[in-house]
Every structure is written in C-alpha cells, then in structure tokens.
Design a protein around this ligand. Structure first.
Ligand SMILES: Nc1ncnc2c1ncn2[C@@H]1O[C@H](COP(=O)(O)OP(=O)(O)O)[C@@H](O)[C@H]1O
Ligand SMILES: [Mg+2]
Length: 501
C-alpha cells in the first residue's frame, strides 16, 4: 500500500496523477503555482474513479464538489477536516489547498499519519496542494510527490498568443506588434518556466507599449532569472561588455564571431555546437572583460558562478547547490556561464574532506553531459593550482592565452581608456606612451591614466603627456615584479594554448 514515493513528470499529467491515486497512495504532495489547473484535474479524476471529492481552504472550510456529498455540519478548521477524514472518510478525495503551514504542527502530522495508516479502511486520498511543500519526515514514506510538467515550446507559443490577444482586447488594439524572429526568441527564452510564470513574463514584455521587440528580451531574461536563480551562487550580470572596449584579442574575437550564429540558432548536424573556452593569462590583461564581451557577441544573458558564495553560503550543501545552479543555467539557455578565476574555486586542497574534488567532479560531469546551449567562459590566472583534469583536451573548445599587451595593443588600450574619460587620444603621443609601458597590463595602463588625472587635477591642470610619463615611470608592473611566475605561465602556455591575438 505504501508504494511510490518520488516525483513523476511525463507527458500526460492527468493520467499520471490518476495513476498515483489508483495505486492506493494515502497522501499526495503537489507543489505547483497552477492551483486552478490542479483543482480542475483532481475534479476530473474523482469523477473518473467515482470518488467523492472535497476541497478545503482556510477561508471556506470543507466544500464538497458535489453538493449531495456536503456533510450537514460545517467542517471549518484545519484540524476539523483531518478529524472528519479520520472518522468518516470513505472512497473520497480530499484536496487541501495551502495546507503547508499546518504540516509544522505535531497534531496535524499525527492526524495525517493516522489517516495514512488506516488507508485500507477508508480508501481515501489526501492531496496537499501548495506553491511550496516540505513534507515532514514522519509522513514521507506515505507520500507521493506530483509536479506538473513544464509547458512545451508549442504550449509556450500558445501562451504568448493568448496573452497577446488578451492584451489587444483590453487595449482596443487588434494586434500586438512583433516579428517572427522575436517571437521565436521570446518563446525560447520562456522555456523552463511554469505556465503562469511564462504568462506573466510574456505580459511584461508586451505591457509597456504593445510591441514585443528584441529590446524587451533582456528584461524578460532578467525577470526569469529572478524567478529561478533566487538564493543561488549564480549572479545575473546585466552589464555585458563589447569588444570595442577591449584592446587586442583579435583571434578570440574572430573565433567567437564565426560561431555566433551557430550558438544562437543551433548548429547544423555535422557541426559540434560551440561549448566553451578557457582564458588563461596574467592578471589584469582583460580576461574578465573578455568573458563579459563573449555574452555581448552572442547576444545572450551572462550568468556568473561565484565560487566564493558557493563555498561559504551553502556550507554542507555545496554540491547540491552547484547542481542547482547548473540546472538554472540550462534553463536560462542560450546563455554564457562565466566561471571566473577557476583556480580559486577548484584548487584541490587536502584540508577540505575532498569537497573541492567532489565539486570538480560535479562540474566536469556536467560539462561533459550538458544538453542545452550553455557556453562556458572560464578564466584562470594560474596553472599551478589548476587541477589537470580541467585543461585536458576536449573539456573546452579552445584554451586561449591572454598575454601582456604588445606595443600596438597598448596603444589601443590607452586610447580606449582616454576616450572613456572624455580625453582626446590625439592630444597625446600614444606611440611614446606605448613604448614606455612595456610589461604593463591593460589594468595597469588604465590605472596609470587614472592616477595621472588625479595628479593633474590636484594642480588645477588638464592631463598632459608629462603627467602620464611621470606616472608610468613610477609604476612597477606586476610582470616585472613577478617575472618568474609570468615566464612560467608563458612556458606552460606555449604548446598547450592558442594566443588570443
Ligand atoms: N585588453 C584590454 N583592453 C581594455 N581594457 C583592459 C584590457 N585589459 C585590462 N583592461 C582594463 O583593466 C580592467 C581589469 O581587467 P580584467 O578584465 O579584470 O583582467 P583579468 O580578468 O585578466 O585579471 C578592465 O576592467 C579594463 O578596464
Ligand atoms: Mg579577472
């Protein structure tokens, strides 16, 4: 009698739910925000199986679906309905809505257990329906879980049409304006959401102006992330960058450009879809910036996995939370998942009970098995702390080495950062500045401009070439201070990576 704990999700939810009830399950927990649909399904099943059916809410008490079944005395309180079921249920279905809070009370739990234990006498099933549901330990072995399957792309498309038609009717406009391509993208972006969430986000896309345009999509993705990614070590990076802001990296840029359409629209059969890159190199040379720009090139959301948060916030549940985060990334796909400074997150230490090993294992398994278009951009500053498995052939499509900028790239980077601060690059001798900054990283070049601007400002002057040269002279770049480490990295990279320029 106590069969089937577990979660069922297949094509025909009505059929599955009926099967659970027929298989003599005393308790069913339904976690869903589609209450009307669930109630409707249960009503249909009760008719099919010739069960009496009742629903209970805290505001209305117990109501029989069929008025003939309504008992003479009213049954109002949460304990009263359980007492009623225990004493007089017979071949019935009880649908208790939002009963979740009472599951924390020992008396309610005991009542439910008594009902479950005497199932053979009354043959009645209690269905608990709520948006969230934690079944107490004592009841778990009696409880089957049921979840509505998520809408298919066809259903999502229908939802968008319905929402658009309703919006049109309400606003005296016959049609919501959009293009097929945008509609396809919207439907694709709604994947992974429940019907009611999809409805809400579709409405959000239309609402401001009666048009669904591509510019509505980032907002939809952001709202979707808020629904899915709450309380997760993933963060949604609203600010993606553009390669126009990055000096150098031509090869990486080109690599991403030629794969852009395959990533967004799916690769033809004979092609392997782009899966990810590792950017390895000296700190401050633009790896993080390039990760953001990759999302910009692909035109998809950028999600960042923060290993710091993963390890600190979810102590003891780290792997589960990593898996959840990766699932969220798949539901958000197509997207770029950015794993910044992986050596910090995946360095295998000997003082953590093998946790980082298990995290690495979870990540590698997922990398190998992921089905959805989630493009990984991982960055690393060091190789000595990087587990060798991660750089093994085939994990990433390519490992790019991001070296210190050469003369012409320094020229470019200086110009970018001067322009960013409303300074005219032509008023400076950039050739001389680039020549004087051998060994500077992009971030050190930027920093030199920032500091020189302060100096000039303190003396009530606008920034001059001399200010910049003076600042450059004072700077001891990382690549000089840490020459050995940089050399080591270069040596390692020489025959294992591709230069990003
Ligand atoms: N190639 C570059 N082009 C333009 N700016 C750069 C470049 N490299 C670094 N910078 C500047 O330095 C900052 C820090 O770089 P970052 O991307 O964090 O480096 P990394 O991740 O390699 O340590 C960037 O936000 C950017 O302002
Ligand atoms: Mg970085």
């Amino acid at each position: 009698m106590l069969a089937q704990a577990g979660t069922l999700t297949t094509e025909s939810p009505l059929h599955d739910l009926a099967a659970i009830i027929r298989s003599r399950t005393p308790l069913i927990a339904v976690e869903s925000n589609e209450e009307p649909q669930i109630v409707q399904m249960l009503r249909q099943i009760a008719q099919q199986l010739q069960l009496k059916a009742y629903r209970w809410t805290v505001t209305e008490g117990m109501q029989a679906y069929d008025t003939d079944d309504q008992p003479h005395n009213s049954v109002l309180k949460s304990q009263e309905i359980l007492a009623f079921i225990k004493a007089s249920a017979s071949h019935s279905l009880f649908v208790l809505l939002d009963f979740h809070p009472y599951l924390q009370d020992a008396v309610h739990v005991r009542f439910l257990k008594d009902i479950a234990l005497t199932y053979n006498n009354h043959r009645s099933t209690v269905v608990l329906v709520g948006v969230t549901m934690t079944v107490p330990e004592d009841l778990r072995s009696f409880t089957a879980h049921f979840r509505l399957p998520l809408p298919t792309p066809v259903e999502l498309r229908r939802i968008v049409y319905e929402v658009a038609a309703d919006w049109g009717a309400e606003h005296g406009q016959t049609q919501v304006q959009t293009t097929n391509k945008t509609l396809d993208l919207l439907v694709r972006n709604l994947a992974g959401l429940t019907a009611s969430d999809a409805r809400r986000l579709a409405l959000k896309a239309i609402n401001d102006n009666g048009v669904i345009s591509e510019s509505d999509l980032p907002e939809v993705m952001r709202a979707k992330y808020d629904l899915l990614g709450r309380d997760s070590p993933l963060s949604f990076e609203f600010e993606t960058a553009q390669f126009a802001e990055i000096g150098g990296m031509r090869r990486l840029r080109h690599w991403l450009d030629v794969r852009k359409s395959f990533f967004r629209e799916g690769a033809p059969d004979q092609f392997d879809p782009p899966r990810g890159v590792l950017l390895l190199g000296v700190q401050g040379c633009g790896k993080s910036l390039a990760a953001k720009a990759a999302a910009g090139v692909f035109g998809v959301p950028l999600l960042r996995l923060d290993f710091g948060v993963l390890y600190s916030k979810y102590y003891g549940e780290t792997e589960r939370n990593l898996r959840k985060a990766l699932e969220t990334a798949e539901v958000m796909s197509p997207c770029v998942l950015w794993l910044d400074e992986i050596e910090k997150g995946l360095a295998v230490g000997d003082d953590d009970d093998g946790l980082s090993r298990r995290i690495l294992g979870t990540l590698l398994t997922w990398l190998a098995e992921r089905k959805q278009p989630v493009f990984i951009v991982a960055t690393a500053n060091e190789i000595t702390r990087l587990p060798p498995e991660i750089v093994r052939k085939g994990r990433f499509d390519e490992i790019f080495f991001v070296d210190m900028p050469n003369l012409s790239n320094r020229h470019e980077i200086l110009a970018i950062h001067l322009r960013k601060r409303n300074l005219e690059p032509v008023s400076f001798d950039l050739d001389a500045l680039a020549a004087a900054t051998d060994g500077f990283s992009g971030s050190e070049l930027e920093q030199a401009i920032v500091s020189a601007m302060y100096t000039a400002h303190a003396q009530n002057r606008t920034l001059s070439q001399a200010d910049l040269l003076a600042e450059i002279k004072q700077t001891r770049p990382f690549s000089v201070l840490m020459a050995e480490r940089v050399d080591e990295l270069r040596e390692w990279a020489a025959d294992r990576t591709v230069p990003c320029d």
